[in-house]
Design a protein. Structure first.
Length: 283
């Protein structure tokens, strides 16, 4: 009899525990997918770069800065999210399509050039910036055009097509040097180890605008490619694409786009193109 009483008590305790657990799981607000509609305690996860000054940079204090960050923050606001509801996620170039398909982020603003191959895997809003491949040289450099690089040292990132593009199109006798990242190329330019660095002009301007480099470099003005930066969205999510496009149009019309360009690229004297028209891809 005593054993039966203990078992009954244990069963009652177990039933109460299960009921409490069930209630707890029902009350939990799970926003880990970043797909909420804003408001309340919802969060939105946005993919950016962490290592591109002027575009997407994680600062030492944990904050984020750059043009892509400003665009993403503005778009998120129009979608109903306050700054403290945004979670920026580092999204490297090679993982952007996978991050969207897995649902790791709601959208990606990370120097994401729109092209036909990528458009098969993700949908794009925008474009929101038209960049061009260019050359960055020292302020007092005699290099005024791409052809002046013949016999000079040119730096780009390993695996990038930018340096080869220069050799193929304008300076076949340039000496290529490849580093693991653009920060190493910029440091080599500052020290005189190379004569020029090449990649998108927006990326070059972002590095040149850093406090430690202000006034030291200039963009040559070559337009070796057209890079239409778009905001990547999971394939088939037309509703989000439409909302982002409306936000981008508002950002341009109210002057926020121009302000963001000047604040992030101004110190490098970046001669940016006008804000592109939504859906218009410059080939």
């Amino acid at each position: 009899m005593k054993l039966r009483k203990v078992s009954a008590a244990s069963a009652a305790v177990l039933a109460l525990a299960l009921a409490a657990t069930a209630c707890g799981s029902g009350d939990k607000d799970d926003t880990s997918s970043g797909s909420g509609s804003g408001g309340g305690g919802d969060k939105i996860k946005i993919g950016i770069k962490y290592d591109q000054p002027g575009l997407g940079l994680k600062e030492p204090d944990g904050s984020f800065s750059g043009f892509d960050v400003d665009v993403a923050t503005y778009v998120a606001k129009e979608l109903g999210y306050k700054p403290d509801q945004i979670q920026f996620v580092e999204t490297k170039s090679a993982d952007r399509e996978n991050a969207l398909s897995r649902g790791d982020v709601k959208f990606i603003t990370a120097t994401y050039s729109i092209n036909d191959e990528r458009a098969k895997k993700v949908d794009f809003a925008g474009p929101y910036l038209l960049a061009h491949q260019d050359l960055l040289v020292k302020k007092d450099s005699e290099i005024a055009k791409g052809a002046d690089l013949n016999g000079k040292n040119l730096c780009s990132v390993a695996g990038s097509t930018s340096a080869q593009n220069v050799k193929d199109k304008i300076a076949p006798k340039a000496n290529l040097r490849q580093n693991s990242g653009y920060s190493e190329c910029i440091a080599a330019l500052q020290s005189g180890a190379v004569d020029a660095v090449t990649t998108d002009d927006s990326i070059l301007a972002g590095f040149a605008a850093q406090d430690k480099y202000k006034g030291q470099f200039k963009l040559v003005g070559e337009k070796l490619s057209n890079e239409n930066y778009g905001i990547g969205v999971k394939k088939g999510d037309k509703a989000t694409v439409d909302k982002i496009n409306a936000a981008l149009e508002k950002m341009v019309s109210d002057g926020s786009w121009d302000k963001a360009v000047k604040e992030n690229f101004g110190p490098a004297e970046y001669k940016n193109e006008e804000a592109p028209k939504i859906g218009v891809i410059v080939k």
